[in-house]
Ligand binder design. Structure first.
Ligand SMILES: [Zn+2]
Length: 623
């Protein structure tokens, strides 16, 4: 009996300390996916994993004078789930500008409209009246009760006609940049994701959170007036009919060289001989296995192009910008280097799309094969913005992340990964990731600091930004410092390969990293991803030993693992550096002893420049 009690005590204490990723908190909705074996504890899809396919054939017309976009789409929906679907849900993202709709931020008054007008719905050749009770339009989601269910492993065809007015004064992620230049994203009624976690994802769009997309083929025809050029997510199909030979030759040449060629210069714009014919034109694009489709139109911007090999094909790289942009003259060159970096280093995967176009609209926003970027104020800013938005091609796009629920999975990774790129290409002083450590140190432990696993659709504003961009990227930075660049990139590559064209969750990410690390990293995942808390090392105590050395006890106040990076400064000017990787805090260790020579010791400093620390004041100890 005595022995048994002893054993129980042992096992309780072991359980308290040893942590396993499979024991980490999981919502009921996610837990059931493991029971149904759509997910696995291996970081790979389960035996019963499914993903539905959505192919779009769209004909759209955009009038720059009125900013009215009208379109007709034919959607082929393939239900690969085991469920019969009696509803279809579509995202009407432009309804963020609809009168009375919920918005996370002020959008002025000039762009507030009646939102997206749906003028026709046909389901499998059955006409559904848009004003019938089967059709509900609420909070940017259009729900349609279907006259007949979509059975498992079957196709349905949905045809929809719609129109809306593109915002003219307050562009958010897309819109009007001046009277001749428009970036058009989030523009067509888009079927919501039906997945193994929630079934239909019908959160709607109110501004802060981004998107969640299924994959499919896009066949898109865009009609615009005379003199406008169109760039888009897909590959242009009828360039030969549209461009004059001179420009066609330049475009083709750019697809064979790493040099940056000027396809359209300011002088070319003045000459006005870019397109073969006058009048409006239909621009035809195709894109395969893509999660979204965006396009940009311009009649004044200039255009640079180059290309680079990635995997077994050449990627066409384009920059389209205003002549007086401060930095876009460099963006084609930078973008080509970004593709090279992403393909060969981190995540070391072939670029997922045949082309990329950086359009000089405003802000910074990613779409598959397209980014919409404003001017940056210095070279490091341009390097960051360009590499950040282009790297989104992998996360969230190629991997199909749920940005509504776990924005940090893409924004955190894509805030961290550019550090390697900037370090390589910056001509200015750049301390790897330091600006993000500064951001973290200022905000960690404040009201905006919430655990990463609180789903992003429950938070807004500064907390949303801090969670998805900063707290998360700091965690990835620490993971990289612990694993090294090679293992970090290897894990990311595996994650990207296994989950390409699917919908991974954070747990799939954790298991993949565990596998590559050959270690259960729950001791790191739990505090940094699941718990309230922050990085904070401080000096607890020092005491002298007999041999003229001092023992320093460093305390980890909240248990968030971070490396110790300590410098001891001496009267003689000598400095000693000590570095201990963050696994010293495994098993809930709260203190760590270091031993340094005492003679002439002036100061001990715990680095807060490259090691996150919410309370920097207690990181210096003077003797
Ligand atoms: Zn981003």
């Amino acid at each position: 009996m005595k022995n048994l009690i002893y054993l129980i005590i042992i096992s309780i204490s072991v359980n308290t300390f040893a942590q396993k990723t499979s024991d980490l908190f999981m919502t009921k909705e996610i837990r059931q996916s493991y029971d149904k074996e759509t997910r696995s504890y291996e970081g790979i899809p389960g035996e019963n994993y499914f993903i539905n396919k959505i192919d779009y054939s769209i004909k759209a017309n955009f009038n720059p004078a009125t900013r009215v976009l009208s379109g007709k789409e034919k959607i082929t929906y393939t239900n690969n789930s085991p469920d019969s679907l009696s509803f279809i849900y579509l995202n009407l993202y432009q309804d963020i500008y609809k009168k009375g709709n919920q918005r996370d931020f002020y959008l002025g008054t000039a762009d507030i409209t009646n939102g997206v007008r749906i003028t026709k719905i046909i389901y499998n050749s059955i006409d559904i009246k848009t004003d019938s009770k089967e059709v509900i339009n609420k909070n940017s989601i259009l729900s349609i009760k279907l006259p007949e269910k979509i059975a498992p492993n079957s196709n349905s065809i949905i045809e929809i006609n719609w129109n809306f007015i593109l915002p003219g004064t307050v562009p958010v992620r897309m819109g009007t940049y001046n009277k001749d230049n428009f970036f058009i994203g989030l523009w067509f009624p888009k079927i919501a994701v039906y997945d193994d976690i929630l079934g239909w994802n019908t959160k709607g769009h109110s501004g802060s959170q981004e998107f969640y997309n299924d994959f499919g083929n896009y066949d898109v025809e865009i009609t615009v007036p005379d003199k406008y050029n169109v760039w888009a997510t897909g590959v242009l199909q009828n360039g030969k009919d549209l461009y004059s030979n001179k420009y066609l030759n330049r475009i083709n040449k750019s697809k064979e060289t790493e040099d940056v060629l000027h396809i359209i210069s300011k002088t070319d714009r003045e000459k006005g001989d870019i397109l073969k014919t006058k009048g409006s034109h239909v621009w035809k694009f195709k894109s395969e296995n893509t999660p979204d489709f965006a396009f940009a139109i311009s009649k004044t911007y200039i255009w640079d192009a180059t290309s680079i090999k990635s995997g077994n094909r050449r990627i066409s790289v384009n920059a389209v910008y205003k002549e007086n942009s401060k930095d876009f003259h460099e963006v084609a060159n930078i973008s080509r280097n970004v593709i090279k970096f992403l393909s060969e280093e981190v995540p070391n995967l072939p670029y997922p799309y045949p082309q990329i176009t950086a359009f000089n609209g405003g802000g910074g926003m990613e779409y598959p094969g397209m980014v919409n970027d404003g001017d940056a104020s210095n070279i490091n800013g341009t390097l960051y913005l360009t590499s950040h938005e282009i790297a989104h091609s992998f996360f969230p796009f190629a991997t199909g992340l749920n940005e509504q629920k776990y924005a940090w999975m893409d924004e955190g990774l894509i805030t961290f990964i550019p550090s390697f790129f900037i370090e390589r290409y910056s001509e200015d002083d750049y301390v790897f990731f330091k600006n993000n450590i500064d951001w973290y140190n200022k905000n960690a432990g404040t009201f905006v600091d919430v655990p990463l696993m609180i789903s992003s659709d429950n938070i807004n504003g500064s907390a949303y930004r801090f969670q998805s961009y900063n707290h998360s990227s700091v965690a990835f930075y620490l993971l990289y410092k612990y694993l090294g660049k090679e293992k970090f990139a290897k894990a990311l590559k595996q994650f990207g390969e296994v989950w390409k064209g699917k919908h991974p969750l954070p747990y799939d990410f954790f298991y993949t990293f565990n596998k590559v690390a050959e270690e259960d990293l729950a001791w790191f995942w739990k505090p940094w991803f699941f718990e309230m808390g922050y990085a904070d090392l401080s000096f607890k105590k020092t005491f002298k030993t007999e041999v003229n050395r001092t023992i320093i006890i460093i305390e980890n106040k909240t248990g968030y693992p971070v490396p110790i990076d300590l410098t001891a400064e001496y009267d003689s000017g000598k400095k000693i550096s000590i570095y201990k990787s963050m696994d010293i805090w495994k098993n809930n260790k709260k203190t760590y002893k270091l031993n340094v020579p005492l003679d002439g010791l002036k100061k001990l400093i715990l680095n807060t420049e490259t090691i996150p620390d919410a309370y920097e004041n207690d990181n210096i100890l003077e003797f």
